[in-house]
Design a protein around this ligand. Structure first.
Ligand code: NAP
Length: 241
């Protein structure tokens, strides 16, 4: 990556997104800390030496305005981290008792939001010459892990929403990686593991990891020389799709 690489992280005012932004600042990147809450972004950005930007991934006008602002500031983007994500109303996602609105809400952020943001920033990424897109997925989106009875995700409560949105995000990662393969834009997904964030508290998981540990694979894929494309990783290596 060039020294003055420009990175944007969505949902970066707290949790894993904040830790990714912090890691990218430490690597010397110029970081745009995107947050939907106009009052939360500036304080978080000031703590890191990042630049705040309002961006709600589900709002087309907000996404368009954010891309125009980054174009105005820098004229390009080198790293896009699609981190913003929600768990949604868990009880409303149980197969057999699904409230479709709850599932739609999860997909609006975790899948359609990623498509919307990626499409809006693609013209700026195309001007990079060595661009990276990192999608923050989840091990719960791994069909291989979910169908392995020995794996701890396989014994979790079932859901027609969140893990399905992350499996779809994984396929989206593969599709963009293939589509952009000839354009020096690398597209990968990461699984942060069960990290102690607002999102994960209350999910009944053993949260053995910090947000910083969850951020590590995203930071590596965003900054490493000769990054792969179309991979799904955690910080131990490849995650099976
Ligand atoms: P978190 O602490 O709840 O943070 C989520 C972030 O996403 C917040 O900044 C939130 O903004 C933002 N966000 C939500 N909806 C948004 C929208 N429409 N537009 C822009 N930003 C939005 O959660 P986290 O644990 O850091 O999760 C980050 C990512 O990691 C998610 O994609 C999640 O699925 C994934 N993940 C987490 C874990 C885990 O164990 N924590 C495990 C696997 C995957 P507000 O502050 O305004 O709500």
């Amino acid at each position: 990556m060039r020294e003055t690489s420009i990175a944007l992280v969505t949902g970066a005012n707290r949790g894993i997104g904040y830790a990714i932004a912090e890691g990218l600042v430490k690597h010397g990147l110029t970081v745009v800390l995107a947050a939907r809450d106009p009052s939360a972004g500036p304080a978080a950005a000031a703590r890191l030496g990042a630049r705040p930007l309002v961006l709600d991934v589900t709002d087309p006008a907000s996404v368009r305005a954010a891309a125009a602002q980054v174009d105005d500031w820098y004229g390009r983007l080198d790293v896009l981290v699609n981190n913003a994500g929600i768990a949604g109303r868990r009880d409303a996602q149980t197969p057999g008792a699904v409230d479709l609105d709850a599932v739609r809400e999860v997909f609006e952020t975790n899948l359609f939001g990623v498509i919307q943001v990626t499409e809006a920033f693609l013209p700026l990424l195309r001007r990079s010459g060595d661009a990276r897109i990192v999608n923050v997925s989840s091990g719960t989106g791994s069909l291989a892990w979910m169908t392995d009875e020995q794996h701890r995700f396989a014994v979790r409560r079932t859901s027609a929403g969140y893990p399905v949105s992350k499996s779809a995000l994984n396929m989206l990662t593969v599709q963009y990686a293939k589509a952009l393969a000839g354009e020096r834009i690398k597209v990968n997904a990461i699984a942060p593991g069960a990290c102690d964030t607002d999102f994960a508290r209350g999910l009944g998981l053993r949260l053995e990891r910090t947000a910083e540990q969850g951020a590590a694979a995203a930071i590596e894929l965003a900054t490493m020389a000769d990054a792969p494309t179309g991979h799904f990783r955690d910080d131990a290596g490849t995650v099976p799709w």
